[in-house]
Design a protein around this ligand. Structure first.
Ligand SMILES: [Zn+2]
Length: 218
């Protein structure tokens, strides 16, 4: 059974903290009430960024999401209520019971568990398991393993992850543009203006040769 689950895993390499946040946002779109996300990874592996992205995508103000090192559990209002649990200091079932760990806790909320390996025996069978590993200075290998009912959402998961690797290029200068660039789909306001000017002039050709400035990535 375990081996079958490993075959369902989807891998994603994040190259920055921002990309890890973006992955969380993409995953948030798939969440529904009762979902449990179990995150496993060392300090600095990106669990907090992933939590911020997930919570932000669920409508929680990301500034409210802190690493709850001294708090076992936080709850945030959002499109769906978000329950954020840090299991790092949890000693056993007693600690879990003290925060009301039960099916009722998960009901209607999205529950995000950091250091989920510390409470592996207590995790629900239906969960999205996410392991994060250092794979270089800023690279992280992120493995998403759907378990139980989550396996039915594997295709949607794979699509959400694949969408992160779509590369857009500026229509004017063909430089690669990130979707969070304020001038998107252009790389700079200058390239946006260049495109507009072409329309105004009625000639859809380049009015002058491209200079180095045009190709600067913001
Ligand atoms: Zn451009």
């Amino acid at each position: 059974v375990n081996e079958a689950a490993e075959n369902q895993a989807i891998e994603y390499t994040s190259r920055s903290a921002e990309q890890t946040v973006r992955l969380g946002r993409a995953l948030a779109a798939l969440m529904k009430g009762g979902d449990v996300v179990a995150m496993i990874g060392q300090l600095g592996a990106g669990k907090t960024q992933l939590t911020r992205g997930l919570a932000g995508g669920l409508g929680v103000d990301p500034r409210r999401v802190s690493s709850p090192t001294f708090v076992l559990m936080s709850e945030y209002p959002g499109r769906l209520p978000v329950v954020h649990i840090d299991a790092y200091r949890m000693a056993g079932l007693g600690d879990l019971e003290s925060i009301g760990w039960s099916d009722e806790l998960f009901d209607g909320s999205v529950t995000l568990v950091e250091w989920a390996d510390r409470i592996a025996d207590q995790l629900p069978a239906d969960r999205l398991e996410i392991t994060l590993e250092h794979a270089g200075e800023s690279e992280r290998l992120i493995r998403l393993t759907p378990r139980g009912e989550w396996i039915k959402r594997r295709d949607k998961l794979a699509m959400a992850v694949a969408s992160l690797d779509v590369v857009y290029s500026c229509p004017t200068c063909k430089t690669v543009v990130s979707t969070d660039n304020p001038a998107f789909p252009f790389c700079t306001p200058r390239c946006k203006m260049a495109e507009l000017n072409k329309w105004f002039k009625g000639d859809y050709g380049i009015a002058r040769s491209i200079t180095e400035e045009d190709t600067d990535v913001v």
